[in-house]
Design a protein around this ligand. Sequence first.
Ligand SMILES: *[C@@H]1O[C@H](CO)[C@@H](O)[C@H](O)[C@H]1NC(C)=O
Ligand SMILES: *[C@@H]1O[C@H](CO)[C@@H](O)[C@H](O)[C@H]1NC(C)=O
Ligand SMILES: *[C@@H]1O[C@H](CO)[C@@H](O)[C@H](O)[C@H]1NC(C)=O
Ligand SMILES: *[C@@H]1O[C@H](CO)[C@@H](O)[C@H](O)[C@H]1NC(C)=O
Ligand SMILES: *[C@@H]1O[C@H](CO)[C@@H](O)[C@H](O)[C@H]1NC(C)=O
Ligand SMILES: *[C@@H]1O[C@H](CO)[C@@H](O)[C@H](O)[C@H]1NC(C)=O
Ligand SMILES: *[C@@H]1O[C@H](CO)[C@@H](O)[C@H](O)[C@H]1NC(C)=O
Ligand SMILES: *[C@@H]1O[C@H](CO)[C@@H](O)[C@H](O)[C@H]1NC(C)=O
Ligand SMILES: *[C@@H]1O[C@H](CO)[C@@H](O)[C@H](O)[C@H]1NC(C)=O
Length: 651
Amino acid sequence: MRGRMSLSFLLVLLCASNGWTRNEGYHCKQKEGTSLTVLKDKTLVYRSLSYGLKKVLNSVSTRLPCIKRQYTTITLDRTETNETITNNKSDFLQSITGKSWYDAYYYYYKHMLICNQSLLYGLKRALEISPSESLILVYTFGCMADYNDTRLLSEVYTLLEEKKSQVYFLWYTWYRTIKASQKDVFNEIASLSYGGFIDMRMIDYYELWRSSVLLLSKPLNSTLHLLNICLNVTDEYTEVFSVPISLSYLLITRDERVILKFTDPNGNTFAIDNTYYYSYYNYYVRSSSLIKTPAVGSWILTAQGKSLLSVQILGFTGLDKSGNCLDSDCHPNATCSEFGGYGECTCKEGFAGDGITCNDIDECQDDYTNNCDYYYGGSCVNTIGSYTCNCSRGYKYISEFGCVDIDECADSSLNDCDPVAICKNFDYGSYTCTCPYGYYGDGRHCEVNECQQGTPCGSNEDCVKYIGSYSCNDPCSNHTVLNDPWRSTSNIYNSSYSWYDWYHCDYELSGWYRFKGEYDQQIPEHCVAENSCGADFPIWMNGSHPTVSDGIVNRTACSNWYAGCCTIPNNISVKMCPEGFYVYKLQSRPICYSAYCTESNHNCSGLDCTPGEECGIVDGVHGCYCRDSSNTTDVMQQGSAEGKLKRCPRE
Ligand SMILES: *[C@@H]1O[C@H](CO)[C@@H](O)[C@H](O)[C@H]1NC(C)=O
Ligand SMILES: *[C@@H]1O[C@H](CO)[C@@H](O)[C@H](O)[C@H]1NC(C)=O
Ligand SMILES: *[C@@H]1O[C@H](CO)[C@@H](O)[C@H](O)[C@H]1NC(C)=O
Ligand SMILES: *[C@@H]1O[C@H](CO)[C@@H](O)[C@H](O)[C@H]1NC(C)=O
Ligand SMILES: *[C@@H]1O[C@H](CO)[C@@H](O)[C@H](O)[C@H]1NC(C)=O
Ligand SMILES: *[C@@H]1O[C@H](CO)[C@@H](O)[C@H](O)[C@H]1NC(C)=O
Ligand SMILES: *[C@@H]1O[C@H](CO)[C@@H](O)[C@H](O)[C@H]1NC(C)=O
Ligand SMILES: *[C@@H]1O[C@H](CO)[C@@H](O)[C@H](O)[C@H]1NC(C)=O
Ligand SMILES: *[C@@H]1O[C@H](CO)[C@@H](O)[C@H](O)[C@H]1NC(C)=O
């Protein structure tokens, strides 16, 4: 005991005489730290990767300036590897930055659809040439052509066992799916090595780079593998694991939407709720948390939820101060062996320096060291040793997650929706209120919609709701006239049309309409060929037109689209007016380019009308009729400028 104390004292003195002082530059003995290896193919310009890693390495090296590590880059081209090993951070970052865009894209397109990369072989090389306990990042488009080479696979497993390196697969492309058989191998390697298979398309980069900072900050030979489970939880699941010795940290990494609760041997509980991440992406999510100085003994993990649960727990030793320094030798904001226990002065979290000098880190300068704006909900405010977040309206601050959306719909006191309204929360700090069917209003105020309760207007009139009451309107006398020659079924696309002239969309229609051309028009009752009526996807009506005595009837309008004559049906209403024309109640179609077609409802073929007669419909019957031009009020209808058609006086 005494010997130890004096040794430590001696070392401090030695260090001090070696220049362990504030002003003389380099103070600390270099130590070996966790190495970093990147295995990549030649397909992409690795900006996102090199940008993230640059931040990670800068952050690690400001806190741990005396740690030296090996940086390895392996570039894989089918079965060939190109390897660079360096101790220099900048050389390493240079080596993972892709060559030209042209080369990268050329390679990308050439290789994306065939899987011809011996990635397993590349991984074997990575394990061989990386020091033990390295962090190995495999940046891949998801192809491991040699996955079924059993000899290679067993060599890789042996190396994993021997080297205890952690392998993270970072899968980056939308253009390729991974075959299940290959994915099993990816997952198996990730799980065996306490690493991960990370879908970069959905990942939260903040979490990824934060875990990398933690893993690169751990000293060598300080990691204990405590728990590694992957199973389906259907309700509640309990697992016991042991913390065998004093540890500085537990690093808990888990996937998916489960609420984890940890109970330590003294009965203290730590809850880890992952659901915020989930609500944001609605996908696979991975995140990590730390429990500091966990108690020694049996821990109980309880998982609640219905999901695939994957949890890995690593323990870091590091309380050993083995005589190199005492806390009192260090800066007030440093301890001897804070994170990981290198046995030297290490600035506390939030401070950077060599442990003798520690300066506040401005976390707000760097996206990867604060999580305030992670959900686009706030800004960062630096404090000495830490930071806080200024959350925007609709967001609240939770330290582990930053500014997270408030679910205003969870509690009526948080929203101003009408009690009957449907509240919908959005993940970006907002929500909407909508009156349900049977009610009318803006969602803040909803009242009973008489028009949707029974049929207050009878079959001849349309019910129109407004605030406070409703009215019954006859659409024959209150409608909008559409006179668009392009709607005609005989308007068929040909190459002389410019795109601009040809295509139309009915995305603004709402209410009752009458179609007119030279004569009155009707929506065809038959499927219309694509690229007719001024649209890609012309709309017709499945069903027959009503007679006057039918009143208002409901029909289905259909678009002729790729999938057939009746793709994306919608409801319309039709009424035949006594004057012989039709009015339609139409809704907008949110699809472009889709428009209602029309054709003449004066089917005069086969009829031989004499001069003075007009082809038309009276009481639902086509025929030759005469126009009653006597200007009397009983035949003049609102919405109908001409006189009524009527049977001709027979001579
Ligand atoms: C895959 O690569 C090998 C050489 O390693 C080559 O002989 C083979 O033709 C390639 N396959 C495809 C589909 O490109
Ligand atoms: C590996 O799988 C490929 C097809 O994916 C097959 O052609 C090849 O024969 C398999 N090799 C072994 C050793 O099973
Ligand atoms: C880690 O452990 C290995 C084997 O036990 C040993 O060879 C190596 O020197 C240790 N490294 C450090 C930094 O303690
Ligand atoms: C979990 O359940 C799903 C479907 O219920 C199944 O496809 C999957 O293989 C299961 N995973 C495990 C690890 O049991
Ligand atoms: C140490 O950190 C605290 C905040 O955690 C700060 O108030 C104090 O000024 C720092 N001490 C020195 C000497 O920088
Ligand atoms: C016509 O109908 C609209 C609603 O569709 C209504 O606001 C307007 O008051 C009606 N006009 C007449 C003259 O009835
Ligand atoms: C037509 O549909 C509306 C709702 O879309 C419904 O309220 C009305 O009762 C229907 N009319 C008929 C005659 O079926
Ligand atoms: C038109 O409607 C009838 C009756 O609902 C249905 O059987 C038929 O399949 C529809 N036609 C098309 C092309 O969808
Ligand atoms: C017009 O009527 C004739 C005979 O009644 C019929 O054969 C023809 O299909 C109809 N044309 C249209 C466009 O409805």
